[in-house]
Design a protein around this ligand. Sequence first.
Ligand code: ADP
Ligand code: MG
Length: 512
Amino acid sequence: MAAVTDKEVDPIIRKNRELTAILEVSRVLTTSFDLEKNLTLVMSTLGRLLDMQRGCVFLLDPLSQELRIVAAHGLTKQNIRKGKYRIGEGIVGRVIEKRTPMVIPNIGKEPLFLNKTGSRPQKDGISFLCVPIEFKGEVLGVLSADRIYSSETGGVDDDLRVLKIVSSLIAQFIKLWESYEEVEKEKEDLKRQLKGRYSIENVIGVSDRMQEVFEAVHRVAPTKATVLLRGESGTGKELIAKAIHYMSPRSGGPFIKFNCASIPEGLLESELFGHEKGAFTGAITSRSGKFELANKGTIFLDEIGDLPLTLQPKILRVLQEKEFERVGSDRTRKVDVRIIAATSRDLEGLVSEGRFREDLYYRLNVIPIFLPPLRERDEDIPILIEHFLERFNRENNRKVTIDRGAMQALINYDWPGNVRELENTIERLVIMSRKERITASDLPVSITVRRYKDSTITITQPATLREVEKAHIINALKETGGVQARAARLLGITERQIGYKIKKYGIDVRAL
Ligand SMILES: Nc1ncnc2c1ncn2[C@@H]1O[C@H](COP(=O)(O)OP(=O)(O)O)[C@@H](O)[C@H]1O
Ligand SMILES: [Mg+2]
């Protein structure tokens, strides 16, 4: 009983079906924000409730100006792929062009009907209805349906009316979907931009503080400006200096590192500026200094605060004039170098004590970048740990992981040695651990104990393991306001275990 004529159906039943279909269509259109899924549901709903043998939603691609089937009922995948029309082509193309509905009472007698999809083995006796999908005058596509009418009179107007309503519902949904897609895309773009703009290869940092550093690095890298990196030891000053060099137009040139604190004062000048043969005892050949070696590249002057006063005017001159003389020579040499300096010392204090020249200070301090200590950017600790775990696991052929308790302990620790200390800690753990999964109890006591720096309980060395453990539990309980479950989590042990230990050590939780 495929064909049901409208004449055989009671008009009230028929109206009822239409309403049900429209209601159902508006319902399925809001089930998700998936265009194809919703439209396919619409088509199968129409197929089911209105005896529509086949139906398609064609959408107009604004770029190619081609109509493509996005959802269909009663068509195979192959049919769908073939269903492409240009504006003006076939019935579908005409409906788009003229923006008016079209009804073909019997497609077998209609030469315009192309049957491109090949979905109709025999065309005779099939009616084809086609309405534009429009929104406020903008044509978005076409909705089409096949019906078999055993009697060709009547019914078509009803069908057309329903299809027009459905097409306007579809149009509204498409518009909604487009604006939703746009917002989603903008969000994605923004995310990508943020990530892309503030990321530096091999430098880890998601905290706002590090993101600010990355932004500054991106801004100064392309320039020739002198940069002064400030921050405690192990915060990544050298890493950032290298990043600036490799992100700069000088990346093809040398990166020369020089630590002003590492060499006896007497040798500093010749190391930096070179010397001529016989300039001093032991100078058996002439030699170029770091500045010459750094020509066309970058020189990184680490621990600049330790530069002796006697050498400071010479550095100032290179900074300003880019010129100097080798030790034991009158010949002035020119170099093209970018200078990046770093210090962990209180330069302002040194200036006020007269141990660092004020003019040099100002000349160096053109663009200061402050690297925050690790304890002020807890958010970076987990990803740094992941980063180092990955690296040391790879280097050592291991698969060590860290459980939540250990992770929490590492986050709580205040890392006086900053990232360097964290890096060394992870390397040691990976190499030394006999287990694959590291818990808080596998961490060095220095880390798990020292983290309670504000605590009233301090463990005087040497402490027994018992004392350490007891102090540990008391501190964790204090930190969590006596909530055992949270204290247990902090310590990386179970609630049962902490309960047992509280009893064992006779800790009075209420008295804490
Ligand atoms: N943000 C970071 N991401 C990844 N590794 C880092 C980061 N900061 C520091 N490190 C690593 O920590 C160690 C110490 O960094 P370094 O640049 O030598 O610090 P500083 O020069 O401030 O003493 C290096 O091995 C470095 O690669
Ligand atoms: Mg360093």
